[in-house]
Design a protein around this ligand. Structure first.
Ligand SMILES: Cc1cc2nc3c(=O)[nH]c(=O)nc-3n(C[C@H](O)[C@H](O)[C@H](O)COP(=O)(O)OP(=O)(O)OC[C@H]3O[C@@H](n4cnc5c(N)ncnc54)[C@H](O)[C@@H]3O)c2cc1C
Length: 479
């Protein structure tokens, strides 16, 4: 077993960060990437500008590896597009001489399991190597597996119940993700009636790009459908967001809606897609009243979910609805904790019943929407430390994350406090975070209130476990 490599699935930024950390520990590894080059998923949204500046987009071990070849961090405050992220960081990292020979491209992993052991068999299991199968039939053995394959390939459907609406998949007029409506896909959308479905950052990007297209291409009309009951909860933390561009994106989308440039349907539940000769009729319910919308194109931006079929023979410990590792779920459940100020976490929270198997990166969040690359890098660092026997480093927290400025557990609590169990005295000071600021490094807590409570020997302030509360915009200055 000890001579076998660690297998990393996915040569995205987090898989490659894991590779850089494995290299720094002198561990043999192999990376399997389904695309023809590193960053294949990001290339599909290459035209989109990120909301995180370069300073949060680069892993520390990867940075030192790259700097040894003369590479320099691009302007720390600049917001790269997806293409820039790949061109200036992901691709050079994959090409580094310590990593390049160990990456296999056009190598889609279709199954992971223990050699000769199905999921049921226990005795002797941990001593068996992992067996990784590729779509071309090749089989590889590994002593550990880090699945960093992202979620981009598994978009959520438009159907409001989480399954495809009747007729949804049969149509050529439904696109998923963030098509480049003003560039490569311009022909398809110019002068058309377009329905955008979803209420996250991807939808904001698509709607804003369509508005820009409508300014140039007469006849382009936009209908925006969301499931949300309360539009106020859609726009994010605005000026309170520590990632300025993320806050601004929500505010630009809000201004577009308020200007009346687009027709908004909310709360709208999509029931069926009816294929007309030259258009599509979407049947849905607007505030429980039947409503039909006829458009030329539909763009579905309802988030992503993890691909778990390839892991069906792995003993996974997943949360029942988020499909993320069980211990991570309370920190990121959007029903309870909408803020992105998720406390940094690592090997301990990411562990599964299957020994030496980890899911990191975007996929580790399952269906939860608030993943940030910086989180993924911290995960990769901790997991690789654990797999390399460096327990102290695996347990250490080495990251403070930027805040969203809006947190559902911080709201609707009379007298303030970040949750129902926090004392009123913990009302965040002006300029502090929505939960009273991120937890100090080294403290196992979700925010500074939680850290203070735990330091006093209490079980915590409860913000990770607060009852669901009504969301409202949590601009700190406005509270
Ligand atoms: C439009 C957009 C904007 C974003 N902006 C930001 C931002 O500003 N800041 C931020 O912190 N985060 C941002 N994110 C979130 C997140 O950081 C990115 O999605 C990031 O790319 C996740 O990295 P990853 O390595 O986990 O997954 P990915 O980048 O998706 O990489 C996974 C890799 O695995 C490969 N793969 C998939 N399945 C298999 C398989 N079965 N076998 C082998 N290989 C496989 C894929 O081809 C891909 O190359 C953004 C996400 C999107 C979609």
């Amino acid at each position: 077993m000890n001579t076998l490599p660690v297998a990393v699935i996915g040569a995205g930024p987090v898989g490659l960060a894991a590779a850089a950390h494995l290299h720094s520990y002198g561990q043999p590894f192999v990376v399997f990437e389904s695309g023809p080059a590193a960053g294949a998923a990001i290339r599909e949204w290459g035209h989109v500008r990120t909301f995180s500046p370069w300073q949060y987009m680069v892993d520390r071990a990867a940075k030192s590896l790259l700097e040894s070849t003369g590479w320099r961090l691009p302007d720390a405050g600049h917001l790269p597009t997806g293409d820039e992220l790949v061109d200036r960081y992901v691709a050079p990292l994959a090409a580094h001489p310590s990593i390049a020979p160990r990456v296999r491209y056009n190598a889609r992993v279709v199954s992971v399991g223990r050699k000769d052991f199905d999921k049921v068999r226990t005795r002797g299991r941990d001593a068996q190597p992992f067996e990784i199968r590729l779509d071309n039939g090749d089989v590889f053995e590994a002593r550990a597996v880090i699945d960093a394959s992202g979620t981009w390939g598994q978009p959520n459907p438009a159907g409001s119940g989480g399954v495809s609406a009747s007729g949804e998949r049969a149509l050529g007029r439904v696109a998923y993700g963030i098509p480049d409506v003003g560039g490569a896909e311009r022909e398809r959308y110019a002068g058309k009636r377009v329905l955008v479905v979803g209420s996250g950052h991807s939808a904001f990007n698509v709607v804003l790009d369509l508005i820009a297209l409508a300014d140039r291409e007469h006849g382009t009309r936009i209908v925006w459908a969301m499931r949300r009951d309360d539009l106020e909860s859609v726009w994010g933390g605005g000026a309170s967001d520590a990632l300025e561009a993320r806050g601004e994106l929500g505010q630009r989308a809000r201004r577009a809606v308020e200007s009346g440039q687009i027709r908004v349907l909310t709360p709208f539940r999509i029931r069926t897609f009816e294929h007309l000769e030259v258009a599509v009729k979407v049947h849905g319910a607007l505030r429980n009243e039947p409503v039909d919308v006829t458009v030329d194109e539909v763009i579905v931006c309802t988030g992503f979910r993890p691909e778990l079929q390839m892991l069906s023979e792995v003993r996974l410990g997943l949360d029942a609805w988020l499909e993320c590792p069980t211990a991570l779920a309370p920190l990121i459940d959007p029903n309870e904790h909408s803020c992105g100020t998720v406390r940094p976490h690592g090997a301990r929270e990411l562990a599964h019943p299957e020994k030496d198997f980890y899911i990191v990166g975007m996929k580790s969040y399952g269906r939860a929407p608030t993943f940030l690359l910086a989180t993924g890098y911290e995960q990769a660092r901790s997991v690789v430390a654990k797999l390399s026997g460096d327990v102290a480093a695996a347990e250490r927290v080495e990251l403070q994350l930027p805040e969203t400025g809006v947190c559902s557990t911080d709201l609707a609590i009379a007298g303030g406090g970040c949750c129902s169990t926090a004392p009123a005295a913990s009302v965040p000071a002006e300029g502090a975070g929505c939960c009273g600021g991120p937890a100090p490094a080294g403290v196992e807590a979700c925010c500074s209130d939680d850290a203070a409570a735990k330091a006093e020997g209490k079980s915590g302030c409860g913000c990770g476990t607060a009852e669901p509360v009504l969301l409202k915009i949590g601009a700190k200055g406005a509270r």
